[in-house]
Design a protein around this ligand. Structure first.
Ligand code: NAD
Ligand code: UDP
Length: 315
């Protein structure tokens, strides 16, 4: 198949390029490099079945030749990025998804939307099944990301229902692994960098908020299975093992064998405004529909990620 990945120079997108190429597909990675990097794709540039297209998906997308499938990942998913670039975040979620769907329709391609657990907002139901409609503050600072993805889900369903387009919606929960940006502000790169450098780990507020972390190879496998075997309704993809951010900080210190201490800080900016208190995927649907379940233990995934961050910090 000839497959387009928007956001292909990002963290998850570049791993998806690797796996689709391994399966023998032709892969076109599209990215405007606003936060992504060609370094993530450098090992692929000599492959004849791989090409990179620099393009902003908020502008109409033209691709020569056939396209069989589109993985639409372009987005600004790091809280630090979307708080700094709220309008770009809304535009890539809304206009970017509209353009990607337009291309899918024109080419007769199937489209998978990378949505997010953030559509559940600060959830009142725990763990979160796909049937939960969420608790999002549309006018809060996180609303720009959450609502852009909620709009993206709505327009994806509209294209499916109106034009009979084959679509998928993956609600991705916190995912980590090599190629995350060291400075993207998310908790995994922050804590790993701080622990490797021997600096204090910055736990926001009292560290009692919870998250569930999925290793990137598991997530990529889930995305590919969803494209192959899924249906149009949303599917949660994530690792159900949940822990508090404070315990997560302790785990990182242990795995890095770092002398770092933990410091509790109360961010004065919007970083923790509407920050979900808990988050854990109910993956019953992914298990039954796709036969998918995450395999990589948190500690094993973290050790691989820490090794990669160490290399980056030495460069
Ligand atoms: P990332 O920031 O590493 O990758 C996103 C890519 O999109 C970047 O390379 C960026 O340059 C590109 N991009 C942004 N705006 C663009 C535009 N207008 N045109 C073209 N390219 C553009 O993020 P990621 O962690 O790899 O996330 C990939 C997808 O998965 C996103 O859609 C995100 O919302 C979703 N997701 C990720 C997580 C996670 O924990 N990593 C969780 C939930 C959802
Ligand atoms: N967090 C933290 N310290 C940091 C970065 C993040 O305590 O240096 C917290 C953040 O407030 C949130 C959780 O870790 O409760 C996960 O944050 P992240 O930015 O990784 O992603 P989110 O799950 O909020 O999208």
């Amino acid at each position: 198949m000839r497959i387009l990945i928007t956001g292909g120079a990002g963290f998850i997108g570049s791993h998806l390029c690797d796996e689709l190429l391994k399966q023998g597909h032709e892969v076109l990675a599209m990215d405007n490099l606003i936060t992504g990097s060609l370094r993530n794709l450098a090992h692929l540039t000599t492959r004849p079945s791989f090409s990179f297209i620099e393009h902003d998906v908020t502008k109409p997308i033209h691709v020569d030749g056939p396209v069989d499938a589109i993985y639409h990942l372009a987005s600004l998913p790091s809280p630090v990025d979307y708080l700094e670039m709220p309008i770009k975040t809304l535009k890539v979620g809304a206009l970017g998804t509209y353009n990607a769907l337009g291309l899918a329709k024109a080419k007769g391609a199937s489209l998978l939307l990378a949505s997010t657990s953030e559509v559940y907002g600060d959830p009142r139901i725990h763990p979160q099944p796909e049937t939960y409609w969420g608790n999002v503050n549309p006018v809060g600072p996180r609303g720009v990301y959450d609502e852009s993805k909620r709009f993206a889900e709505a327009i994806t369903m509209a294209y499916h229902r109106t034009h009979d387009l084959e679509t998928r919606i993956a609600r991705i929960f916190n995912t980590f692994g090599p190629r995350m940006r060291l400075d993207d502000g998310r908790v995994v790169p922050n804590f790993c960098r701080q622990a490797i450098l021997g600096n204090p780990l910055t736990v926001y507020d009292d560290g009692s908020r919870t998250r569930s972390f999925c290793y990137v190879s598991d997530l990529v496998e889930g995305l590919m299975l969803l494209m192959e075997r899924g249906d149009a309704m949303p599917v949660n993809l994530g690792n159900p093992r949940e822990m508090s951010i404070l315990d997560f900080a302790r785990t990182i210190i242990e795995l890095t064998e770092s002398p770092s201490e933990i410091t509790f800080i109360v961010p004065q900016d919007a970083r923790t405004k509407d920050d979900p208190q808990t988050r854990q995927p109910d993956i019953t649907r992914a298990r039954t529909l796709l036969g998918w379940t995450p395999k990589v233990r948190l500690e094993d995934g973290l050790l691989r990620t820490i090794a990669w961050f160490r290399e980056q910090l030495q460069d």
